[in-house]
Design a protein around this ligand. Sequence first.
Ligand code: AMP
Ligand code: TRP
Length: 336
Amino acid sequence: MIVPAKPRVFSGIQPSGELHIGNWLGAVRTWAAQVEEQREDLLFCIVDAHAITVEYEPSDLRQRIDVMARDLVACGLDPDKCTLFVQSDVREHTELAWYLANVTPLGDLHRMTQFKEKSAGKEHVLVGLYTYPVLMAADILLYKATVVPVGDDQLQHLELARETVRRYNFRFGELFPEPQPRISKGSRIMGLDGQGKMSKSKGNTIALFEPRESFWTKLRGAFTDPQRLRRSDPGRPEVCNIYTMHKSVSSSDEVELTYEECTTARRGCIDCKKILMDNFDRELVPLRTRRAELKAHPERVRQALADGAAKARRMATETMREVREVMGLGAQPAGG
Ligand code: AMP
Ligand code: TRP
């Protein structure tokens, strides 16, 4: 088994258009910190082939890929320091997914809760949506990734990928390392309406690069502690989404003070949100600047994606050579 010398980190994000503060705090910001540290070999993939498992418009998808790529770079996924690419630019993802489908029992896919949720009540459910976790396993295995940063909603899929490695290695010999999950320390951000997680499909988000004014209008109207009806009522930070966000963007002193002042009703929710807004602003200024520069030079992002795909493809080709070899596929043994 050829194992990478440095830990190899792989993660994927769907090209959902603009990032929102949920996926920034929950995922992308932690990725950017890892890029900054440079202790690991990092691959980040815009998973467009996953995005076609639900209804979509082709022209829309292309645009969403571009926007996502630009925003990821603006957030700190510097293409000189990590491999940033689009999934379908490396065709080996779908090839490996087919091979892995042949070591994956049907029963395993039946258990996937995300499939159950996404298909519930729908008349037309696509095979692609069902086999989505197999493609996700292929994404990870193709690069022999050892660490996969994901939100807890993806843990079940990752467990399936680990199981796939065990089955594959048992059947064909030790080829893949077992990828370990890394749950980001940013917490799960709830929607502005307080109804479940912040998610584009629920329309309860604040876009990360929303103009400051509408950012504030949305934050101002966000759900807090439902039992805090009057300004004089003490609040319960542990159930408040604004407090969760403070924990991600404010200093530890500020977080402590927020807790104090909220639970003793010395601070009202609007004041609390104003402080949070200032802290968001402080973090977002450099990102906004970078994003404006990239917007003026779209060719830079395009080039970065082309370079990223070329790098990823080299790794993928090497893995697939081994895969075909151990599985007895192809007319030519070893790398024809
Ligand atoms: P998605 O936009 O669903 O493809 O998610 C991209 C990444 O952001 C995944 O790692 C998710 O777990 C994470 N993420 C998405 N929404 C949230 C949220 N509301 N709070 C925290 N993390 C999130
Ligand atoms: N399924 C993941 C999500 O919806 C995205 C994804 C696709 C992914 N392939 C991956 C994440 C590989 C980690 C590793 O968030």
